[in-house]
Every structure is written in structure tokens, then in C-alpha cells.
Design a protein around this ligand. Structure first.
Ligand code: ATP
Ligand code: MG
Length: 341
């Protein structure tokens, strides 16, 4: 396997302050994440809201500094004439070079596009910033053609486009500097299903054409199954399971993955649904030792919820049982999961 990026024990803890400005707790948005991203493939990251997906992406791009851990970049991205292949140790000039190699597509295409700029300027902005202004108009037209738009769109504003077209514009801009990696943070969740499919197909075509590596963040498992070669399931700042897509969908091991997969729509009427009971635990860890550990015993709320579904033959897991952290173990081949007793 040719790793284009290797993430090692990455942590990002945000401090929580009280009214006097003293640190009282930490939000452990990332709490020891290890991942290897393979070149030319699509790596998926799934997990519920707040589990740290966006923080992972922002730390990867070094838009925010990690608390600890490292990101190792392959020569393929940054060349061999650099001071280090460790992201944290790059000089500012090398960091600029690294950023050119990673395009980003954000969840909300309207928020990502400046409403006062015409498309020509939006798509050419990265070219201007990085001083690649030769033959710029033709390059912008080429980029628009790549995503199914054209010269006639150059002088229009973002509000004159449909949601799907806006996402195409964002993709065109993300590809402006010929990146090797595209990070896609929920690229289709703001779109309706038919448009979603068009964008996903476009992304697949572009990947083949330019041999791109995708990091694909989503909470929609059907999208993930369609797009990804391999994926990691995150829960509260940690990876709880990682495997190739087919293996993970056919043989999930961690209870959270099982519950997540059971919730995807399916034509199979006999498919077991697994309910997740209890409230999402707070990601905040108090610095005061006595409050620091997440409770692993069942809460009153969970007991009540179990009672309410008793006798209905519904399978369930309770949130509190997921709070205890087990080590990641190899299940088979390249399949890893945190085993719960
Ligand atoms: N700048 C920040 N300061 C403090 N806490 C933050 C900051 N950014 C994120 N967090 C917290 O870190 C946790 C992870 O947030 P993140 O945005 O990475 O989640 P996510 O998995 O992308 O969720 P979603 O699916 O809703 O986009 C959340 O509890 C969030 O409140
Ligand atoms: Mg997010």
C-alpha cells in the first residue's frame, strides 16, 4: 500500500473556560487518531455529529494546530527537497506548497462561495493567490468544463445557480491548483438525492481522470458505501473501527458500527434494526479528576428506555456501554476494531 498521508496518534483538545477565564475542562475533539490514507483511493470517515470529523480535516490541513501527534506526508505530495516530511515541521513556504496539493470541498456550497464575486473570480482566486496567472481565463474555462459548466457561466453570481451547480463550482475551484488530494466534507448532504448522484458520479470521473486521492467525510452510509474503498468509523474523537468498505459492511464488529449500519435504508424487510439508547455523552472532559471519567454504568434514562421497548424484540445498545475505551485490535487482514466485551 502506498500511503500518501499517515496520521499518527493525532489529538486536538479545545480548552473550556469558566466565566473567569480559567481552563476547567477540555473538549477532546480528536483523541488519538491513527490513519493511513492510500494514494489514488477514496478513504471515508463516518460518525455522528460532533465526533470530530471536521476537526480531523482542519488539523490535516493545518488550519488548526494539533495538541499532539503528527501527520507524515509522502514525497509524492511535497517532493524530496523539504526540510522534513512531518507536517508540523514544514517551513511556511513548504506549507504553502503542501496546501496547493490539497483541495477542499465544504458541506455548504453557498457558504463556501462569496455571493458578491462572479464565478470567473471565484474559480481563479486560488490561481491568483499562488501566482499562477498565465493564461488564466482559459484555465478557468477548462476547470468549468471539467465539472460540466462552461464559458457562459463565467460572469454569473453564485445565487444564479442551483445547489448542484454551486457544488460543481466549488469542486472546480478545489481543482484549480492541480491537487493530489481532495478533502470532501459532507459534499452532498445539502443536495437532493438525484443531484447528489450526479455530483458523486462527477467526483468518480474526476478521480479517474486526475488520479486523485479522496478523503470523504459523511454521515450518510449509502453515500459512503458507493464512494469509498476504505473507511473509518469515528465515535467521540476516536476511530472505533476501520476496514475496507465491503468487509466493514458485511462484517461489522463494533456495536456502534453495527447500529449505524442497521439504520441505513434497505429493501430487506428482515434486516435487524439496532437502536442506540441513551443520550449522546458530552465530549467535555473535566480537569478535576473526580469528574474526569465518563460513566460506564447504565444511566436511569437508559433503564427507562430499555423498559419502554421490552418485549418488542428490538435489538439495542446503550450509549454508556460505549464510553469505556478498548484497544483497537486486528479482526482480520486490514480490518481493525475496538472490541467490546
Ligand atoms: N474551535 C472550537 N472550539 C471548541 N470546541 C470545538 C471547536 N471546534 C470544534 N469543537 C468541538 O469539537 C467537537 C467535534 O467537532 P467537529 O466539528 O469536528 O464535529 P463533526 O464530526 O464534524 O460534526 P458534524 O457532523 O456535525 O459536522 C464538538 O464537540 C465541537 O463542539
Ligand atoms: Mg463537521
Amino acid at each position: 500500500m502506498r500511503a500518501i498521508l499517515t496520521i499518527k496518534n493525532l489529538r486536538k483538545h479545545f480548552p473550556v473556560k469558566n466565566a473567569w477565564g480559567t481552563d476547567v475542562a477540555l473538549v477532546k475533539a480528536l483523541d488519538g487518531v491513527d490513519l493511513k490514507i492510500e494514494a489514488g483511493k477514496t478513504f471515508g470517515i463516518v460518525g455522528e455529529s460532533g465526533c470530530g470529523k471536521t476537526t480531523l480535516m482542519r488539523t490535516l490541513l493545518r488550519l488548526i494546530e494539533p495538541t499532539s501527534g503528527s501527520v507524515v506526508i509522502s514525497e509524492e505530495i511535497i517532493g524530496d527537497k523539504v526540510s522534513s516530511n512531518n507536517l508540523e515541521e514544514l517551513t511556511s513556504q513548504e506549507l504553502r506548497k503542501f496546501r496547493r496539493q490539497i483541495g477542499v470541498v465544504f458541506q455548504d456550497p453557498m457558504g463556501a462561495l462569496n455571493p458578491r464575486m462572479i464565478i470567473k473570480d471565484i474559480v481563479s482566486e486560488p490561481l491568483v493567490i499562488h501566482g499562477k496567472t498565465d493564461n488564466m481565463r482559459n484555465r478557468v474555462i477548462e476547470l468549468l468544463n471539467n465539472v460540466g459548466l462552461g464559458e457562459e457561466h463565467l460572469y454569473r453570481y453564485p445565487h444564479e445557480f442551483s445547489g448542484g451547480q454551486r457544488q460543481r463550482i466549488v469542486i472546480a475551484r478545489a481543482l484549480a491548483l492541480d491537487p493530489k488530494i481532495l478533502v470532501l466534507d459532507e459534499p452532498t448532504s445539502a443536495l437532493d438525492v438525484s443531484v447528489q448522484a450526479q455530483i458523486l458520479n462527477l467526483l468518480n470521473d474526476l478521480q479517474k481522470k486526475y488520479n486523485l486521492t479522496y478523503i470523504f467525510i459523511s454521515h450518510d452510509l449509502s453515500v459512503i458505501e458507493y464512494m469509498c474503498d476504505r473507511l473509518a468509523v469515528m465515535y467521540l474523537g476516536r476511530v472505533v473501527e476501520e476496514a475496507n468498505t465491503e468487509e466493514l459492511f458485511s462484517n461489522p464488529q463494533h456495536p456502534y458500527t453495527k447500529a449505524l449500519l442497521s439504520a441505513t435504508p434497505s429493501f430487506d424487510k428482515n434486516k435487524e434494526k439496532i437502536m442506540i439508547l441513551g443520550d449522546v455523552p458530552s465530549p467535555i472532559t473535566y480537569l478535576d479528576e473526580s469528574k474526569a471519567k465518563l460513566a460506564t454504568e447504565m444511566t436511569e434514562q437508559e433503564k427507562l428506555e430499555i423498559k419502554s421497548i421490552e418485549g418488542k424484540g428490538i435489538e439495542y445498545i446503550v450509549r454508556s456501554s460505549l464510553n469505556e475505551v478498548f484497544p483497537l485490535v486486528r479482526i482480520s487482514g486490514e480490518h481493525y476494531a475496538r472490541k467490546v466485551k
